[in-house]
Design a protein around this ligand. Structure first.
Ligand code: NCD
Length: 342
């Protein structure tokens, strides 16, 4: 159960009521996220956005979501430029940074690091990705996207068939998303990966224990037939032990337009947490799918803003004040013309 002042470190913390609230508040944030209205409810508040692993969209969307609520953002990127390179502990870094900011987002290459960091913090901490561990806010925006793409009321989130493709071993977005989806009823999961990159056993057990249908295959073609969602992931090259390891699997789990047409049901929604590897030989989600209407990857990234705004508003106790003093937007918005955010 989460409330004002909570950390968000893992999906394990969330109860059904939390998830429903986050999705509902995300919906309320839409006009602000889409620049149709302005709110300054977090004016004066500072987000400390600490990213010690590569990132573009997560770091920026955590920052922009805070800005859209009227708050200021202080970014720290790169381990080598931080005091941790001088041997500072996670605890000390957290205590110091939490004296400067009102809420912290933290990404770090080590599993469990964000939890350790949170122990030193005197303000709420959000896990922005801890190595191969979890990425809970990505899972929440993925769920929000699934709900919208399939046009479902909250109570109808059940009986969804989801194929997860690629690096299921190291992909933290997959770990968090599966934990989250497993809280709903009667889901079907098709887990598609080379054997060496299979989902960790304890997660497979969790899905089965919660009564879901789970099929495990290394065959992309059969695995993506007859599902509602295909969630593709990048090989987490940075977590492999050697270069040879990766070359064996690169390109083996690539979906392109021809395979989509041949094996997926019409309308199957394609998701990817991004970044996708667009280099020739990788292309887990080929650029020839870019015009497909059910390619939802950019709507998915756009959804990161309202969902992260909702999370800040809940943790900082301003959900009910967001609409107070809301103003209209006067500038011309090129985004009005963009279908991806309508
Ligand atoms: C992912 C991550 O960093 O875990 N990206 C993201 O946050 N949207 C996925 C990845 O890096 O492959």
């Amino acid at each position: 159960m989460i409330s004002v002042g909570s950390n968000i470190l893992s999906i394990d913390q969330l109860e059904m009521g939390d998830i429903k609230r986050i999705l509902q508040v995300s919906q309320q944030m839409e006009p602000y996220a889409r620049r149709q209205k302005i709110t300054r409810v977090l004016e004066g508040a500072v987000l400390g956005n600490l990213f010690f692993e590569p990132s573009t969209r997560s770091r920026v969307s955590f920052g922009v979501a805070f800005n859209r609520l009227g708050g200021s953002v202080n970014d720290t990127t790169g381990f080598q430029f931080s005091s941790m390179a001088k041997g500072e502990s996670l605890f000390d870094t957290a205590r110091v940074m939490s004296g400067y900011a009102d809420i912290l987002v933290m990404r770090h290459p080590q599993e469990g690091s964000v939890k350790e960091f949170a122990e030193g913090s005197i303000v709420p901490v959000i896990n922005g990705g801890d190595g191969p561990g979890e990425h809970p806010t990505q899972a929440l925006l993925d769920l929000y996207t699934i709900q919208k793409e399939l046009n479902l009321e909250f109570n109808d989130i059940k009986n969804i068939r989801v194929a997860l493709v690629g690096d299921l071993k190291y992909g933290r977005t997959v770990h968090s998303l599966l934990k989250l989806l497993s809280l709903f009823d009667s889901m079907e999961f098709s887990l598609i990966s080379p054997q060496i990159l299979q989902l960790p056993d304890q997660l497979i057990e969790l899905l089965k224990d919660r009564g879901h249908k789970v099929s495990i295959t290394n065959e992309l073609r059969s695995g993506i037939a007859d599902v509602d969602i295909v969630y593709i992931t990048r090989l987490q090259q940075e977590r492999f032990s050697s270069e040879e390891d990766i070359s064996q699997y690169q390109g083996n789990y690539s979906l392109n337009h021809q395979l989509y047409e041949q094996y997926c049901k019409p309308g199957t929604v394609l998701l990817h947490p991004l970044p996708r590897d667009c280099r020739v030989g990788a292309r887990e989600l080929d650029i020839d799918l870019n015009k497909l209407p059910s390619l939802a990857i950019y709507r998915q990234t756009d959804n990161g803003i309202p969902v992260r705004m909702a999370i800040y508003a809940i943790l900082m106790g301003v959900v009910d004040s967001v609409h107070t003093n809301a103003r209209d937007v006067y500038w011309s918005r090129p985004s009005d013309a963009m279908t991806s955010i309508e």
